[in-house]
Design a protein around this ligand. Structure first.
Ligand SMILES: Nc1nc2c(ncn2[C@@H]2O[C@H](COP(=O)(O)OP(=O)(O)OP(=O)(O)O)[C@@H](O)[C@H]2O)c(=O)[nH]1
Ligand SMILES: [Mg+2]
Length: 110
């Protein structure tokens, strides 16, 4: 979770590169409209499902339940959830996650 454009998908892609050889990885991508992020994740070889929330500014547990049924990750898989780029709404909703992480964008050195 974190604000729009702060590096959530970039961090996930990099994490999958590090983890994929050791365990299956699946990703639920929350976004208000597009499916671009899920395509970026699938390009790594990991399973990904886009959940579009439309006017909604966060994912909820029911959306995760539905998406999990569709993704059907194998036992032992690690599941990442990228929430909608919004630092306010997602904080109040329990998705059943074990841990939450915020992506913080660092300025690149010149
Ligand atoms: N300088 C810098 N740029 C970054 C960093 N992480 C990501 N970016 C760039 O920031 C832009 C947005 O990154 P994304 O990973 O798409 O960010 P996001 O949080 O998933 O964006 P949304 O899903 O649209 O909210 C891309 O152009 C990335 O290349 C970082 O640590 N430093
Ligand atoms: Mg993203």
């Amino acid at each position: 979770m974190s604000g729009p454009g702060s590096g959530k998908t970039t961090l996930l892609v990099r994490s999958i590169d590090d983890l994929a050889a050791r365990m299956p990885v699946a990703v639920i991508e929350g976004d208000q409209e597009t499916s671009v992020d899920a395509e970026r994740i699938r390009a790594t070889g990991a399973a990904a499902l886009q959940v579009n929330t439309g006017n909604g500014c966060h994912l909820d547990a029911r959306m995760i339940d539905r998406a999990l049924g569709e993704l059907a990750p194998p036992p032992g898989a690690v599941l990442f959830i990228e929430n909608v780029g919004n630092l306010v709404c997602p904080a109040a909703f329990d998705l059943g996650e074990r841990a939450r992480r915020a992506a913080v964008r660092h300025r690149r050195r010149r």
